[in-house]
Each structure stands twice: as C-alpha cells, then as structure tokens.
Design a protein around this ligand. Structure first.
Ligand SMILES: [Zn+2]
Length: 314
C-alpha cells in the first residue's frame, strides 16, 4: 500500500465503532495466524487434487464461500473446500481457534489455554490434539499396492526367457520358487507417487519391513486381498479395500481399485521386455529408470544421464 493510502486508512480507522474496532483487531490477528495454514491446505488441493469424501482426483472448482475456494467432486458430486474433513473443519467455536493457536504458539499449558479462550479443559485437550495432528492427518491418502514378478537372472545370463503372462495366475505365481522369481512391491498413490521395493517374498513381515513408517494411519489401502496385505493393513491401522480381481471385482464404491498400480506394472513390463531379461543385481536400477521415465513429463537430461550410467554396468 502506498503511504498516501495508508494515511487515509489510519484516518478512516478513527471513525470505527467499538464493535468495528474489535473486528479489525480480530481480522489482523487472525490473518497472521490462520492464513498460512489455510493457504497451505489450499495449495495442497491444487498440487494434489483429491476429494476428501471419496478420494477421487477428478474435481472442479465450484465458486467461493467464506473467502475459500469451493470444489465439487466429479465422482461423488459432493462439495468441499481445503479444510473439509481436516481437524479444522470439525472444530466448534471457530472464532476461538485463533486465540487458541496463539496459546499453542506461546507454549501455554492446557489449563491456561482453556482459561484464555474461555473453553473447558476437555475441549482444550481435544483442540490441542487436533491442531497438532493436522499435518499427519493430511497425509493420510488413498493407496494401491500390488506386486509383480521378474525372472531371476544372474549377471551375464540374458537368455532366460519369461513365459507370457496369463491372467488369473497370480495366486499360483506367488507360490513360485524364490530361486526363479523376484517379487517387486509397488505402492502408488493417486498423485502418481510411486514407492517400489524388491522383496524376498510377499509376506507380512516383508511388507512391514519395507513400508514401516512410510504409510500413515487412516490411509486407505487397495489390494487384491492377498492374506499378507490383509494382515499388514490390520497391523498398521489402515482401511483396507480388497479387490477380488480374479472374481471380476474391479472397483469398489466407484473409487477403490488397483487399476493404476496394475497399469503401471503393465507399462513397466512392456518397457522391460526390450532388454530381454535383465540381471537381477541391476533390476533396481531399471526400476528406478522406468519410475523416472513414467512420472516425469519433462525428463531432466542430467537425471536421465545418471540413470543410464547405472545401466551401463549391465
Ligand atoms: Zn468425491
């Protein structure tokens, strides 16, 4: 604001009623505290669009309300904004948040915060918990997990041919010899973030070992319902959606499916075919190279070059 305008503003402020003065104070105070949080949540909605009701990423802008962008989900048609289903949305007495956040920032104990904000101790406890949980809760997401198998190959042995993939063979494949096949676990979110790991076997122990600390509580995990995934989901507080693909169940409740991760595996396999069987010791490099090619729309030449250097050893 230019100085002349600011002077005008100061003059205008002299004519405020008491109520208006309080509102202005509240506005200034509130803007400083709550806006960065809301701005961050709104930015996330732009970076990684996701309906908080059904986790679909197909959303449209749908007007504004209370100075916040509203959205409408193409899938479930519900409307929402960036704070819907976050702890912020559930809090009552919204007018007191700002004071409460200030108490948190000042490091006040629960009882002092309660007194300051004119709320009871129980509410004070609940609010603190929710505010502190905010960032963790936001990361809970919709995930698809599945594994795919690669023929084990010793270095230099490029002749080992894989048999063509057959549909419905999965359960049997899992029982196949560890000497012949290497399982690759893939976990993917709807924002196309991909986590991949070569595992010894598709066991609960291996899943726990590979994914420990990488998936947040309350995330929805979609799998084909193999028993290791069931146990893994139970042990990690995940909501588990089991797609019995072999029995023809492709989608549950319109949004829960493993089609993204399966499509990813198909692209990966098609791409890998050109190498006619890769040495297992370099499999991780190939996986990394493909992840890079598949997720970066504008591949950075330096990164690509690095990936190719790794491959030069095969
Ligand atoms: Zn939706």
């Amino acid at each position: 604001m230019i100085p002349a305008q600011f002077k005008k503003l100061l003059v205008a402020l002299e004519h405020l009623t008491d109520k208006q003065t309080k509102d202005v104070e509240k506005f200034l105070k509130g803007d400083n505290l709550i806006q960065p949080i809301i701005a961050e949540l709104e930015q996330r909605m732009i970076d990684e669009p996701e309906c908080p009701h059904c986790h679909s990423c197909l959303i449209n802008r749908h007007g504004k309300s209370a100075a916040m962008q509203r959205y409408r989900c193409k899938n479930c048609t519900k409307t929402f904004n960036a704070v819907t289903k976050t702890p912020l949305a559930r809090l009552q007495h919204k007018e007191k948040w700002l004071d409460y956040l200030q108490c948190l920032i000042n490091g006040k104990v629960l009882r002092a915060s309660a007194t300051d904000c004119d709320i009871n101790l129980k509410t004070s406890f609940r609010w603190r918990h929710r505010f502190l949980q905010l960032s963790a809760t936001m990361k809970a997401t919709l995930l698809e997990a599945d594994e795919t198998l690669f023929a084990r190959s010793e270095k230099g042995n490029r002749t080992l041919e894989r048999k063509p993939r057959k549909r419905g063979m999965k359960a049997k494949k899992r029982g196949r010899s560890k000497e012949d096949w290497v399982p690759v676990l893939t976990v993917r979110d709807r924002g196309k973030h991909t986590y991949e790991a070569i595992i010894l076997s598709v066991s609960t122990e291996q899943l726990n070992k590979e994914l420990e600390g990488k998936i947040l509580k309350d995330s929805v995990l979609c799998t084909d319902g193999f028993r290791s995934y069931i146990k893994f989901a139970q042990g990690n507080d995940l909501i588990h959606k089991r797609l019995d693909v072999a029995a023809g169940v492709q989608v549950i409740e319109k949004v829960f499916h493993i089609q993204n991760v399966n499509a990813y595996h198909s692209r990966l396999k098609a791409w890998m075919d050109r190498f006619h069987g890769v040495a297992t010791k370099y499999l991780e490099n190939y996986l990394g190279w493909f992840r890079f090619l598949d997720t970066n729309e504008n591949p950075n030449k330096n990164n690509l070059f690095k990936a190719q250097q790794h491959l030069a050893g095969t």
